[in-house]
Design a protein around this ligand. Structure first.
Ligand SMILES: *Cc1c(COP(=O)(O)O)cnc(C)c1O
Ligand SMILES: [Zn+2]
Length: 431
């Protein structure tokens, strides 16, 4: 298969992407000028953004961040965006709640402090608004006029909404059989939404072909030719978690895995905070969560392998249903390097975990949130996650988009005539 390394129309003038200095290959370290590139011309390894990070004291940088807006742009000095990014039309996601989940902690026997980072609070109700916000700035800098993506659902909505706000055209691609909530959420912003007869991996392959075709000219695919920039958005989850803990690293973080991009970039964000002296340098463990019906990374982790064997997804956690995850090998590296793990849970356990989070903390997460909490519970019970340490669970999306997962078991307790007699006779009001 030919690997496309350059795509679309890059403007030749050097783009203003703030502290971003170059793209560098994650495998061989070769550097490239900033542009819509995603694979190394020498070894086809994935490209990452390299920075001239701010110099000066950690105290100054902390103050500068704390004085910034209540969204991801407070971290603009650490992101590939221009300094005046907050003045441009963008959905301005981020700074979502870090909920101290004491009820849930009691139920799970966690004594070291349990937190839910609730990213359902973003503009389109998933963490994808973070990555798209950065990709929009890159698209602007490179002169793209159409925003596109291959999506498992949430990304399509995030791209549609961000394009609407930024005044760009959008055309997004999804597997044809997604949840109604995700389809409507992606279509309502007025761009083109295309269902592909196939699974996510088919959609992704289709998009790679489109990029190489004249039809895709002038298109910024947020998770393909803008992927290095897109990925940086997930670092803001790491920044926020640490800032919200009082500029402290958590001991353990549990993160869902689809392509694995979010998990690898949260680790990158934590490493940057340590390097900049914004947090104390101490060990932390990263845990990855998958659904059993799409668990290629978890399977490789448990088998002690470095290679991730693709699977055909079959799970209710559709936002995580990527059978051939691009960043899978890096997830394995990070889980092993930090002393974490990758684990999976059944669809039944996903549903149980969605209801557990709702019942204990009043947070209605989507199936991906059920996967993450389900894995957290399983790893606590297995003695792998230490209940005496500070633990953060990332809830990446909103349960309103995946109602089918719980609708069979979440209905009215009873339906009665509007009379006290009927209420009494039904034995209600005791819950
Ligand atoms: C996309 C997505 C993820 C994880 O995505 P990665 O591809 O691993 O970065 C997690 N949760 C939800 C709800 C998502 O939509
Ligand atoms: Zn390389």
């Amino acid at each position: 298969m030919a690997v496309q390394t350059v795509a679309g129309n890059a403007t030749t003038a050097s783009p203003d992407l703030g502290p971003a200095a170059a793209l560098s290959c994650r495998e061989c370290g070769e550097r490239f000028e900033l542009g819509p590139l995603f694979a190394c011309a020498s070894c086809f390894g994935p490209l990452e953004v390299a920075y001239d990070l701010p110099t000066g004291s950690p105290e100054e940088l902390r103050k500068r961040i704390e004085a910034g807006p209540d969204n991801i742009w407070r971290y603009a000095p650490l992101l590939p965006v221009p300094a005046d990014v907050a003045d441009k039309p963008n959905l301005n996601p981020g700074f979502t709640k870090l909920v101290k989940a004491d009820n849930l902690a009691r139920e799970l026997g966690v004594t070291g402090g349990l937190y839910v980072k609730d990213d359902s609070g973003n503009p389109t109700h998933s963490f994808k608004d973070r990555v798209v916000a950065i990709a929009v700035e890159a698209a602007r800098a490179f002169g793209f006029t159409t925003l596109s993506c291959s999506s498992t659902g949430n990304l399509a909505g995030a791209v549609g909404a961000a394009a609407a706000r930024a005044g760009l055209r959008s055309c997004v691609f999804i597997p044809h059989d997604l949840e109604q909530g995700k389809v409507v959420m992606a279509a309502v912003y007025g761009g083109e939404l295309v269902g592909i007869e196939g699974n996510y991996d088919d959609v992704n392959r289709f998009c790679s072909e489109l990029i190489g075709d004249p039809l895709g000219e002038g298109w910024g695919f947020v998770n393909v030719n803008l992927r290095p920039y897109y990925g940086e958005g997930s670092k803001t989850l790491a920044y926020e978690i640490c800032e919200q803990l009082g500029w402290r690293l958590p001991d353990q973080i549990v993160i869902p895995i689809a392509s694995g991009s979010q998990l690898t970039k949260i680790d990158k964000g934590l490493q940057e905070l340590i390097k900049l002296g914004l947090v104390e340098d101490k060990p932390y463990k990263i845990f990855g969560a998958q659904a059993e019906g799409c668990s290629p990374v978890s399977a490789a982790f448990k088998a002690g392998q470095d290679v991730v064997r693709p699977q055909k997804p079959n799970t209710i956690a559709k936002s995580l249903a990527i059978g051939n995850p691009a960043d899978g090998p890096y997830v394995l590296d990070i889980a092993r390097r930090t002393g974490g793990a990758v684990e999976d849970v059944t669809d039944e356990q996903v549903v149980e975990a969605i209801k557990l989070l709702a019942r204990t903390e009043g947070i209605f997460g989507e199936t991906a949130g059920g996967v993450t909490l389900g894995v957290t519970k399983k790893l606590i019970e297995a003695g792998v996650i230490d209940p005496t340490l500070t633990t953060v669970v990332v809830n990446t999306g909103d349960g309103l988009k995946t109602l089918d997962a719980v609708s069979a078991t979440s209905q009215a307790t009873a339906t009665i005539k509007p009379s006290l007699d009927a209420f009494r006779a039904a034995g209600l009001g005791t819950a």
